[in-house]
Design a protein around this ligand. Structure first.
Ligand SMILES: O=C(O)CCC(=O)C(=O)O
Ligand SMILES: [Fe+2]
Length: 295
């Protein structure tokens, strides 16, 4: 998978553009992603589950809520890695459930049959290849970053990081950024927004970002985002709700939330949707904005 990832990003831009994503298809290649309405200094390639592998990728039955897959060379290794991540995430979720006092399979119904997980291949080119973008960001008073600060939207993220190229930082309780150093042979695991909602805030999705590559250094990473089925209405589990701690969030339909997040990543469409907008104690204006999205 690592070799396939490096080989893909080494291809000429014209070849990579042949599998580029579009406003109506979130899967594929992009070199213009926005996080918090700021251009990230990276290239990505995203792909998801193929519901009917026996049919062509473009077949109507293979169109998921995120679009359909478009493959470059190296797809066999990428698909094999994806299958391992699916298996690993389901097991890890069971361990998280047990750790939080839930039955091991309590959250499986949100995923079974039609989960919308996707694997993202990230490439952070060396600084000298990004000179124009860095200059533009600096002129706009923005810090050049590989990925701007965010939380992952789904349930769990299993991240492979290049063991020789640190760059991921997490926001600590004291407001400082701390390096999440890669460990060779290990994955970095974090929980996303939907896990925060499911546990009624008991678990917090960590805010993180990635530094831009240094001169002469290229960085690669591969997060697997373990995401629910489109129809899943994610709400605090009853075990985490009582009179002392009422439900902090209204139910969030996954397809709606993910669709609105992608719209924000793809184009500058104003403030990005956040789970805070679904808080039961959110200001009326924010709740109204969330409801408009649902309509
Ligand atoms: O590159 C990394 O280490 C993390 C990337 C990340 O946070 C993301 O793609 O959501
Ligand atoms: Fe992330």
């Amino acid at each position: 998978m690592q070799a396939a990832m490096r080989a893909f990003f080494d291809l000429p831009m014209q070849t990579k553009q042949q599998v580029r994503r579009s406003a109506d298809n979130a899967m594929g290649y992009a070199a213009d992603e926005l996080t918090k309405q700021t251009r990230d200094l990276k290239e990505v390639f995203d792909f998801c589950r193929t519901p009917h592998p026996e049919l062509p990728d473009k077949h109507a039955s293979n169109r998921t809520m995120d679009g359909f897959n478009r493959w470059p060379e190296g797809q066999a290794a990428m698909k094999a890695y994806f299958a391992e991540m699916e298996r690993c995430s389901a097991r890890l979720l069971e361990a998280f459930c047990v750790g939080f006092g839930l039955p091991a399979r309590a959250l499986h119904p949100y995923f079974e049959g039609s989960h919308t997980s996707f694997l993202r291949l990230n490439f952070y080119p060396a600084a000298e290849g990004q000179a124009d973008q860095i200059a533009a960001l600096q002129a706009a008073g923005k810090e050049p970053l590989g990925v701007n600060h965010h939380t992952d939207a789904g349930v769990l993220t299993l991240l492979w990081q290049d063991p020789n190229e640190p760059g991921l930082q997490v926001l600590a309780g004291d407001g400082s950024w701390r390096l999440v150093a890669p460990v060779a042979g290990a994955l970095t695991v974090n929980v996303g927004d939907m896990f925060q909602v499911l546990t009624n805030g008991r678990a917090q999705a960590p805010v993180h970002r990635v530094l831009a590559s240094r001169p002469g250094r290229r960085r690669y990473s591969a997060p697997f985002f373990y995401n629910p089925s489109p129809a899943a209405d994610i709400a605090p589990q009853p075990q985490f709700v009582d009179s002392q701690r009422p439900a902090l969030y209204r139910p969030i339909n996954w397809a709606e939330f993910r669709g609105r997040r992608f719209a924000g990543d793809y184009a500058d469409q104003g403030e990005e949707v956040q789970i805070a907008h679904y808080r039961t104690d959110a200001p009326a204006a924010q709740q109204a904005a969330a409801a408009v999205g649902a309509a």
